[in-house]
Design a protein. Structure first.
Lengths: 237, 216, 216
């Protein structure tokens, strides 16, 4: 019976507001002694019934007892020489909490209202895919751009010193196959990602020539990649 | 603006799964028909008004509403009982009082930290905040510039949609503390006022025995 | 069948999760208005036909179509190009789940190389990293001092701005997220600990008959 009743309270502040409303107490003149003993009765119950919020109730119980003690002592004075009511802080907390509790009741009405509203769920339409147009994709891409990107890649590879002289077996044919293999798993590839792992200058040059060859054969398209000094390769079916 | 755009605007709003802002509608039209087309936010507004008038006169069961900063099609409240009948159990669940209370604090005080929320509520709010995050009604918006740099919380567009609001300032304002003190009866009055303003339809529903499905 | 059911059928098809079969429409109406209401599959069909006629004569941009044994709203094909435009624009704008995942890895692990990102995600991430670079959410921050000198990736100022962060250390710590979200045990333990502490104090208070100022 008590448990059901207790679950109606969101927390210690809520319970205190309940006492205040029930007993028509002036919130600025809370009879701390009376309210504390009643509060403690609830806390004793809550300790066994609902562990989740018990800690917060116990904390409030100790706050109440602390206020009770301070009320028995001579009043403290603030900097303006006015007596400090030991209950003042609790009162302002109660009022602040009350504001939001009221607001949550307004929101509950909004919620109920909005729950009567349903939105369109599933529906059908035929999306028109916009095919990429080469003119658009290659606009502002010139051989100069290609060369510039390429030069940048070469320069970025400079710092690796090569001490050994060895013959590097590489042909345009090989690199066309290499690019084709890479394009099998991706519909689009960044140029930099293709050449990223290539360390030898000669292989880079051959790869670049292979790439130009593929564009010439109409097997590869190129478009510029925005905000980045790179370009994108894509297969032409 | 050419009235042909009424239908295009209608189709665009209809197709969008989320409330669609005016700007996106304008972008789509200009993107396809040319950026020189003169179409403004006011044109969109007029267009939506004129569409809604047509729906009313044709007694459509839905209309276009302004929500979370955009336009979206929504059913009229009087059909709620039929639609609620088919809705899933999960969607029928309402927010708990604790969740509403916490949302009210976050909505009004955002950005706000967890300790601040807890000091207003007077109770530990870990699990409530976790629930609200999971429901995407609130989100983490940054960190406070204070000791411990606690996370800050704020509300989302989903929050606006859930409460049927177009923007945050449409929320009811909490009363000032002075006002609460001066007028204890005011709460009741305000509730009645709010009820009669926005709940007319709902009351009708309740009278006719509907709107009970939420308690199932 | 009463023509009032036209609107109800319209609202039900409009808000259904899936193409809704006649049987479900009939169930919802009978479930609420009584099983003695005479309403058949043919009535539903007629109702849908009559609704579609109204949509045509009013030049609505949508109509109801039959699909997979149910009814569903569809926008008319002539608006497809606008909707396609919007869909394309939207997908351009919105980060995919894969992109978000990659972005998160880069944000938390930066500076990080592509092979490291790929070993975390378990999939090739070339195109996703390219997308993030294009959207200027990540950038190349240098090269790792290891074999092959792979590029290092990190987040940009744009990234911070987008997520409302002042600096990188403002990112929620994975531990914090765990704490907020599903670590129920952790919360429970913490609470028990707090409880016993507070209880001890209170007992002391009660014994001594006066609360020392632990709360101030």
């Amino acid at each position: 019976m008590y448990k059901i009743k207790l679950e109606l309270f969101e927390g210690p502040l809520d319970l205190l507001l309940f006492f205040i409303k029930r007993d028509e107490i002036d919130i600025y003149d809370i009879p701390i002694s009376k309210i504390t003993s009643e509060f403690l009765e609830y806390v004793n119950l809550i300790k066994y019934l609902d562990l989740e919020i018990a800690g917060d109730f116990i904390l409030m119980a100790s706050t109440l007892m602390h206020i009770k003690v301070r009320l028995l002592l001579p009043r403290e004075i603030d900097e303006r020489g006015e007596e400090i009511d030991p209950r003042a802080e609790l009162v302002s907390r109660l009022l602040e909490y009350k504001r939001f509790k009221e607001m949550s009741e307004d929101m509950s009405i909004l919620e109920a209202n909005q729950r009567k509203v349903f939105f369109r769920n599933n529906y059908l339409y035929d999306p028109v895919e916009r095919p990429p147009e080469l003119e658009t994709l290659l606009r502002n891409v010139s051989v100069y751009d290609l060369a510039k990107v390429f030069k940048k890649v070469i320069e970025n590879n400079k710092p690796i010193p090569v001490h050994e002289i060895k013959k590097i077996p590489v042909s345009i044919e090989d690199q066309i196959n290499f690019i084709n293999t890479r394009l099998e798993s991706h519909s689009e590839l960044h140029f930099l990602s293709i050449v990223d792992d290539i360390r030898e200058k000669i292989r880079l040059v051959v790869t670049f020539i292979a790439l130009l060859e593929m564009v010439k054969m109409g097997r590869l398209g190129i478009r510029i990649s925005e905000n980045f000094n790179d370009f994108i390769l894509y297969k032409i079916q | 603006m050419d009235t042909v755009y009424h239908s295009i605007i209608e189709a665009l709003i209809f197709s969008s799964d989320e409330p669609i802002p005016s700007k996106m509608l304008i972008d789509a039209i200009k993107g396809l028909d040319g950026s020189d087309i003169a179409i403004t936010t006011e044109d969109i507004e007029e267009s939506v008004d004129s569409l809604n008038k047509r729906y009313d006169s044709e007694s459509r069961s839905f209309s276009i509403v302004r929500l979370a900063g955009g336009y979206v099609f929504a059913t009229k409240p009087e059909y709620a009982k039929y639609l609620g009948y088919l809705a899933t159990e999960k969607s029928k669940r309402r927010l708990s009082a604790a969740a509403l209370e916490t949302l009210a604090i976050i909505a009004y005080k955002q950005p706000i930290t967890k300790p601040e929320i807890e000091s207003i509520r007077g109770v530990n709010s870990d699990s409530i905040i976790a629930t609200l995050l999971e429901k995407t009604l609130v989100t983490i918006t940054g960190r406070a510039e204070k000791i411990g740099r606690p996370l800050l919380y704020g509300t989302t567009d989903e929050f606006l949609k859930y409460f049927g609001l177009n923007k945050l300032s449409d929320l009811p304002k909490p009363r000032e503390i002075e006002e609460i003190l001066n007028d204890e009866d005011f709460i009741e009055q305000k509730r009645k006022l709010l009820m009669s303003e926005i709940e007319e339809n709902i009351e009708k529903d309740i009278e006719s025995g509907a709107g009970e499905s939420q308690n199932q």
